[in-house]
Ligand binder design. Structure first.
Ligand code: C2E
Ligand code: CA
Ligand code: CA
Length: 395
């Protein structure tokens, strides 16, 4: 990093002074500019890191981001700001839509620790950029490839435990699809689920996954008749025929319908057709649970509650992950918990990684927790090992 060229633009002289001083203490030189003018523009494209004030006289952060994008700036950008997080969020979104590398923020007032940690992130930025380039080059499978993957049986289920933190026992398991591709390796569901949805083979896929998972877990579900298993269903494409087939599959096993939960992954009520509404209602009448996955991210999730027979809400992990640093996320999590309690819905928090997040959720009476804090999604063999250390719910 010591050879890196760092530029800082801020109209507050004292702040520039601080950045230069922090830089000196870290062994890096920070070239400072008080305004977004021709002088800085001639320097900036040669820099590897740019510290940029969001509110400069005559041009705000969005203007500067637009100019940087027009100039194809490819260094790391750190925004310096006193503006609130919603505006910063937008700036990040805008910068990434413009192809810029926004690494993070320095919120005013900041200290030496804040400066060093953001600098460390800039340092790992080049490696990350290489990783991202690799990820981006991993292709989304096309129709022929997913068909091949299905017939070759490259798909398999993994299972992520859901823990009741009051009793310390496993109360549920979410089944997630995995694909081990012989050429591309392990492929994330986000790279094959959309292809499956577009090609309408998602319904067949869901049926096979439910059958396979119930086969693998049947002894556990029979022995612990309050243990639940959740499956993701694509509510956009779910139809009457699939609902009937899913009920037939579930009936083959000695499990109570109440032990099965379907999580609807498409959260926009506007996208739910009458056919889907019929299918979801049919499943619910059979007795399975219906969960609203990623609650809070769809723009009409609240109106969906009125329309469909849900009985569980899953607080989306994007809010959980920002419990420590965003007031808006804390407010959304707290009010989602409150809503679930008022509606008498089951409540599950997913993507829980830290004790701090757990403490906040406990405070808001969210008892069922899913996330790396307890366990990553596990193979069937790992799941059986994992449950030896936990009780399973008895009621
Ligand atoms: P989802 O249903 O919201 O599943 C949760 C995702 O978060 C999973 O990613 C899981 O591995 C990940 N996760 C769990 N705990 C943590 C944590 O503590 N931290 C972090 N950072 N991540 C955590 P995964 O398995 O990659 O699945 C991504 C999405 O793909 C799922 O999101 C779901 O929407 C979709 N999906 C997966 N399997 C299926 C399936 O069989 N059918 C359908 N329709 N969609 C599926
Ligand atoms: Ca889910
Ligand atoms: Ca989710």
């Amino acid at each position: 990093m010591s050879n890196k060229r760092i530029v800082a633009v801020d109209d507050e002289a004292s702040l520039l002074h601080l950045l230069a001083e922090f830089g000196r203490l870290q062994g890096v030189e920070v070239t400072c500019f008080p305004a977004w003018d021709e002088d800085v523009k001639s320097h900036v494209n040669l820099s590897e890191v740019l510290f940029l004030d969001m509110q400069l006289p005559g041009s705000d952060g969005l203007d500067v981001i637009t100019e940087l994008s027009d100039a194809s700036y490819d260094g790391a950008i750190v925004l310096i700001s006193g503006v609130d997080e919603v505006m910063l969020e937008y700036a990040v979104k805008y910068a990434s839509s413009k192809g810029l590398n926004l690494v993070g923020f320095l919120q005013k007032p900041f200290n030496m620790d804040d400066f060093s940690s953001i600098l460390a992130e800039c340092e790992s930025f080049e490696n990350k950029a290489a990783d991202n380039a690799y990820l981006a080059s991993t292709p989304e499978l096309n129709y022929k490839e997913v068909r091949k993957a299905i017939t070759s049986q490259w798909f398999y289920p993994v299972f992520q435990p859901q823990i009741n933190v009051e009793t310390g026992s496993i109360v549920g398991i979410e089944c997630l699809a995995r694909l081990e591709h012989p050429s591309f390796g392990n492929i994330s569901p986000t790279r094959f689920i959309p292809t499956l949805e577009r090609s309408r083979i998602i319904n067949d896929f869901t049926k096979v996954l439910v059958d396979t998972a119930l086969n693998q877990l049947t002894d556990l579900l029979e022995a612990h008749d309050h243990l639940t298993i959740s499956f993701n269903i694509s509510s956009k494409t779910l139809n009457r025929d699939t609902a009937v087939k899913l009920i037939e599959i579930i009936n083959k096993f000695d499990v109570r319908p109440e032990q099965i939960v379907f999580e609807a992954t498409e959260t926009s009520a506007l996208d739910i057709s009458e056919e889907t509404e019929f299918a979801l209602t049919k499943l619910r009448l059979f007795g399975v649970g219906l969960s609203i996955d990623d609650f809070g991210t769809g723009y009409s999730t609240i109106s969906q509650i009125n329309k469909l027979p849900f009985n569980e809400i899953k607080v989306d992990q994007s809010f959980i992950q920002h419990i420590a640093d965003k007031q808006t996320s804390r407010a959304i999590v707290a009010s989602t918990c409150q809503l679930a309690h008022n509606l008498n819905y089951k409540l599950v928090a997913e993507g829980v990684e830290t004790l701090e997040q757990l403490a906040f959720l406990k405070e808001h009476k969210c008892k069922v927790i899913q996330g790396y804090l307890y366990s990553k999604p596990l193979s069937i063999v790992q799941l059986r090992q994992f449950i030896q250390h936990f009780n399973i719910a008895v009621s």
